[in-house]
Design a protein around this ligand. Structure first.
Ligand SMILES: [Zn+2]
Length: 332
């Protein structure tokens, strides 16, 4: 009952603040900074209403943003919130009007959609409604990390979805802000000698898969290797082809794969949070044999990038990203 009253009070407050502060503009017309501010404000408003910590909502929303980017069957979001509900889920599968925003009709047909800003409509086009609907779903499971993870598993039925969202949430909680996904570093420091060209998709190369799933950056032994984004160390260890290798999952759900290292930076462990520019290991020529095998090819960093669509992962060409990170860093 108390929760309901607080929710109602918050909704009334929010509907005023939304009406007075947000002009009728589309997401693409807003600056990146404004979008981050609006998102964070919405996450925090929903935490106040539902008690689900804002960084969990941010983690889910960012995961869903990555899914929209990776999937052809989902358009980019209308507003600043990226959580996706199909019209059928939202309005209820048997609802004769799948575009309904009538909360009682939606409830009657077992739709998930709720009115989050107290304007009497439960609209898929309103950020507050979409975010409130997801937060309210999670709050049924509880408010601590374990219960939220159970709620997420019940929603996505996929361990990797829970892992990725948990990673995002931990990063947002640690830094206390969400404008982190545009910050990048080139994988080797620019003042070292290195060279690379576009080699993704080549049939030959030191990658160990059917096609070469990455870009080889040639550099001397022991050249530092750095995280290129904010992320979580998802994998660390030996692989027959990749040698000493390490994988980082970033806030776009993209997996960054570093192979043939001569060794890892001390104290880097699976589960660690890394920031762009953090040293994670050193260039080497490890791989193609039992653990410790080295020197079967010139030293280089094999750098791969993999996108996740919620079901599977696939390699895409890291070369354009590497070029833009390098250029941006040079101009700083
Ligand atoms: Zn390679």
């Amino acid at each position: 009952m108390i929760k309901k009253i607080i929710a109602l009070m918050m909704m009334v407050m929010m509907s005023f603040s939304i009406i007075t502060s947000i002009p009728a503009a589309h997401a693409e017309e807003k600056s990146a900074e404004t979008i981050y501010q609006e998102r964070l404000a919405l996450y925090k408003d929903m935490e106040a209403i539902t008690q689900v910590p804002w960084y969990w909502l941010a983690g889910v929303d960012t995961y869903e943003k990555g899914l929209r980017r990776a999937r052809k069957d989902r358009d980019s979001a209308d507003g600043v919130i990226n959580i996706y509900f199909s019209p059928k889920e939202w309005a209820g599968p048997l609802n004769p009007d799948l575009n309904s925003d009538n909360p009682s009709a939606i409830a009657l047909f077992d739709g998930i959609g709720l009115d989050g800003n107290g304007n009497g409509k439960a609209s898929l086009k309103e950020d507050a409604d979409v975010l409130y609907t997801f937060a309210n779903y999670l709050s049924d499971y509880g408010y601590d990390d374990d219960n939220i993870q159970i709620g997420l598993w019940e929603y996505y039925h996929r361990d990797q979805a829970v892992n990725i969202i948990t990673g995002h949430a931990r990063i947002y909680k640690k830094y206390g802000r969400i404008d982190l996904d545009d910050e990048h570093a080139f994988p080797v420091p620019l003042n070292y000698n290195y060279s690379y060209r576009s080699t993704w998709g080549d049939s030959r190369g030191w990658g160990g898969r059917r096609i070469h799933e990455g870009t080889d950056i040639f550099a001397d032994y022991r050249t530092p290797v750095r995280a290129t984004s904010y992320g979580i160390v998802e994998l660390k260890g030996w692989n027959k082809f990749g040698g000493w290798r390490l994988g980082i999952r970033d806030l776009s759900n993209t997996y960054h794969y570093y192979a043939h290292l001569s060794g890892f930076e001390d104290e880097i462990e699976t589960g660690d949070i890394v920031a762009p520019g953090d040293v994670i290991g050193y260039v080497g020529s490890s791989g193609y044999g039992k653990p410790g095998t080295e020197g079967k090819f010139p030293p280089h960093l094999h750098y791969g990038m993999y996108r996740d669509n919620g079901y599977s992962e696939w390699s895409f060409d890291p070369y354009p990203s590497l070029k833009s990170w390098e250029q941006r860093e040079r101009s700083n």
